[in-house]
Write a new protein. Structure first.
Length: 343
């Protein structure tokens, strides 16, 4: 029996049975996305680190044992990877998602190479999966919650920073903010960003049994999105932000945005430039989605922000402006936002 006491447990295993009660088991069947596996590090690449269950980046070394979850990754500025059963794999994220990288951005180095040693099993010797630890969907709240979504034109358009601005603004106004990362690939950085910004309650797709949302049926993602919103309200939040990962052209994001009118009161669009703002507003409007404001990296430049405002006819609100009060105006509706005006 391989000793797992020194194995490095990744962020995607948070909430899983304590390491002392887990064992290395055989692979009686090919693992599926969400299944937890034990792997050995053959070559260190990428950032060379693994986020542990508490969020600390742990340095990796050849010969280390790591515990992660099988999954896919869609990242236009990092790794594209897929779950492909077999002994050889890669570490697709520092959060502990394990799969096979098929391409990566020129700014990235080759990912850490792993050998799958076996399944992680519990005290009952059954293979463990994130589904086994998923939070049950709560009943719908009696009163429709106040919720906004943040979507972006692409990766690194400023979505999480925009969500943080909303959270800080709500917290300063005396509200109880909640935040959900609806889609993406398992990592702790957005969770910590939400908490640092003032979120009192946080949830994400890991809590609902998925290490990464790329490749899961859209029907499951739609159910999970509503469940995340309702879970935050159940926990005590009275203002909720739902962040969707990647950009509007990513397949799961594209299909989820069409459902946003049934889930939230409106959308804040994070973009990097005025052209993306105009295209993003047009795409969302065609799907019946009400865009309340533009934010994100475009607000870093006053001229770019003015271009975006002229191109869309919408308020362009920096994260700092959201934190200073505009976040509360957005909850009151588009007329109040327009009256607040400017950046």
């Amino acid at each position: 029996m391989r000793d797992l006491s020194t194995a490095k447990w990744s962020h995607v295993t948070r909430g899983v049975t304590a390491p002392g009660r887990c064992r290395l088991g055989g692979l009686a069947a090919p693992p599926r996305p969400g299944d937890l596996v034990v792997a050995g590090v053959n070559r260190v690449g990428g950032g060379g680190r693994l986020e542990d269950a508490y969020g600390r980046p742990v340095r990796l070394r050849v010969g280390d044992l790591v515990v992660g979850a099988c999954g896919n990754r869609y990242a236009t500025d990092s790794y594209e990877g897929y779950h492909r059963p077999g002994p050889q794999a890669h570490l697709l994220t520092s959060g502990g998602v394990i799969g096979t990288a098929v391409s990566w951005h020129t700014g990235c180095t080759a990912p850490t190479e792993l050998t799958i040693l076996g399944a992680l099993t519990g005290a009952d010797d059954r293979p463990l999966s994130l589904d086994r630890f998923a939070r049950p969907a709560p009943p719908p709240p009696a009163v429709p919650p106040r919720a906004l979504a943040v979507v972006g034109s692409s990766m690194n358009a400023g979505k999480t920073t925009t969500a943080a601005g909303l959270l800080t603004g709500w917290a300063r106004a005396g509200l109880v903010p909640g935040a959900a990362k609806v889609t993406g690939t398992g990592s702790g950085k957005d969770r910590w960003a939400y908490l640092d910004a003032g979120a009192r309650h946080v949830t994400d797709f890991l809590d609902f049994g998925m290490p990464s949302t790329f490749g899961y049926p859209v029907e499951r993602l739609l159910t999970a999105m509503t469940a995340m919103r309702d879970a935050l309200v159940h926990d005590g939040a009275d203002a909720v932000v739902l962040e969707l990962a990647d950009g509007l052209l990513q397949e799961e994001t594209r299909r989820l945005t069409a459902a946003l009118p049934e889930v939230c009161d409106g959308v804040v669009l994070a973009v990097g430039d005025a052209l993306a703002a105009r295209a993003g507003v047009d795409l969302l409007s065609a799907r019946g989605v009400r865009v309340l404001a533009v934010s994100g990296l475009v607000t870093a430049g006053p001229l770019a922000a003015r271009e975006a405002a002229a191109a869309t006819g919408l308020p362009v609100l920096s994260p700092a402006r959201l934190a200073d009060g505009a976040a509360v105006d957005l909850l009151a509706g588009p007329l109040a936002t327009a009256a607040a005006g400017g950046r």
